[in-house]
Design a protein around this ligand. Sequence first.
Ligand code: SER
Length: 602
Amino acid sequence: MTSEQVREKFLRFFEKRGHTIVPSSSLSSDDPSVLITTAGMQQFKPYYTGEKDPLKDIHPNLGRPLGSKNTVSIQKSFRTSDIDEVGDETHLTFFEMLGNFSFGYKPGLARAGTAEGEPRPPKGGYFKKEAIELSHEFITKELGLTIDYVSVFKGEEGVPLDEESEAIWKSLGVTDIRRFGREDNFWGPTGSEGPCGPTTEIYIKGVEVWNLVFNEFYCHADGKLAKLDTPGVDTGMGFERLMAVIIGETDVFKTDLFLPIVKKLEEVAPNLDEQSKKVFADHLRASAFLIADGIRPSNKEAGYILRRLLRRVIAYEVSRDVHSDLFAVVVPEVAQKFSDVYPGLKNTEEILLVMEEEKSKFQAALGRGMKELTRYEKITTADAFKLYESYGLPFELIKELAPKGAAAHLRREDFDKEFEKHQKKSRAGAEAKFGGHGLLLNTGEIKAGNKEELNKILRLHTTTHLLQAALRKVLGNEVEQRGSDVNARRTRFDFTLPRKMTPEEIMQVEDLINNAIKKDLPVHKVEMSIEEAKKTGALHFFGTKYPPQVKVYYIGNTIKDAFSKEFCNGPHVEHTGEIGQVVIKKEEAVSAGIRRVRVEVI
Ligand code: SER
């Protein structure tokens, strides 16, 4: 059976049983609580909660109401949690998910749609009995597969053992029923809140193939579960895994969803190792889908995910010594295989253009990282980790490109340990409460030993203002100061950002600051009432109590067009030209969501 046949079979099976076929929604999610579409149920969230009526409200993908309380779809999905696992037989970033859904179940009216010849549309949604029976029929009769075993929720944290599902499976002749806990058999919500509930899962040939979620609860942002008025069904079956099981394989890259891509890669790069081949196949296919859905590489949200994928491909091309342009090789294959179902992929020119642009941007950073690498005589594990963090240089690349002998002793296990240590540190940091900002900025108190030091501190203090303004210009106004500390050697500045800065961003921030210095902008101080000061848009700490009169320092000719304006007690230099040249020495995590940069003047 080909994937095209299975696609068709699945949709028709459920359509015949009273389900409306709904096209996949975009990977670029309009649900504000998630970055990207991760599951088929996302586009149906409002139907589970009762916010929308499937029989009356227009569904955005269909242009008309769903017309049934039961739907079926094949959804483009993406999970970031697996990015680092890609390279084995089962992990993917982008995948398709086959699913049937039901909302508005009222006991008594339930039915799994209609068998042929019965009236349509079905009167009500359905729940456990019908959902399990439908999945059983599809797997065993339509696909002719044998179920190894199933799992049900064993009962935990106030949610009872799912005896009902157990009984239904038994009635269908399935005897190997295993009970698992919350980790395995409770699903959702997607994002910070939403429908969720216990699940039952179908295993074939040892592979978990189909996940049936019984949405009985609404999980609120604080983690509290509330019973939904009308429970629903949300099922999801990974297409790639299902195809692997159908062809008797465990490796998803052997299915026809990947084979044309893998073959092409083997053709142009015959010496590639298995792991790299899989990374290329997964990342390039995923990137093509993301771009076709309008996502562009950037430093934020879905755009950042795309950037990570493309950069990994580019770095791998270098480290694996691949000479073909894999973008141009793989994108047409993806289009050929999938564009009948997802027409956005036909636009291969645009997709390639976006990829090439990213390549030209990253090559500069990669080059910078490589240059940095040549400065070492001996690279410690900590250095290697720093190079990885600052320039995105993969471990293998560091080993390969380091000057002769400098990295010979580096071992992957040590690097992995360093990685873990770092992760633990940032987790611990996240738990520790992070408070306050530097004394200097709040009170104007200066701790300088002599005139020279004082002068240096003034230069660095003004730099701190330029830095904050530049960070917001490059990274967006979500950047907020969380702390700062200035001494005669450096300024340290902490701010909100959910990820590390890229090397280019660091360069852009540096450039913005140094340009403002070159222009020799005047630094002004004005005193005004707190109300007036807030109206100027000058930066200040929310929630901090300020006196009725405050000082605002602005850098530029007028307060309106100033490069930077902040509530501050000073003191500062008079003109930015006095600062000299600014370099960002370090960018690192302080805790989850908080970054720290160390800046020096030379
Ligand atoms: N939402 C569940 C999943 O993604 C079932 O569709 O696994």
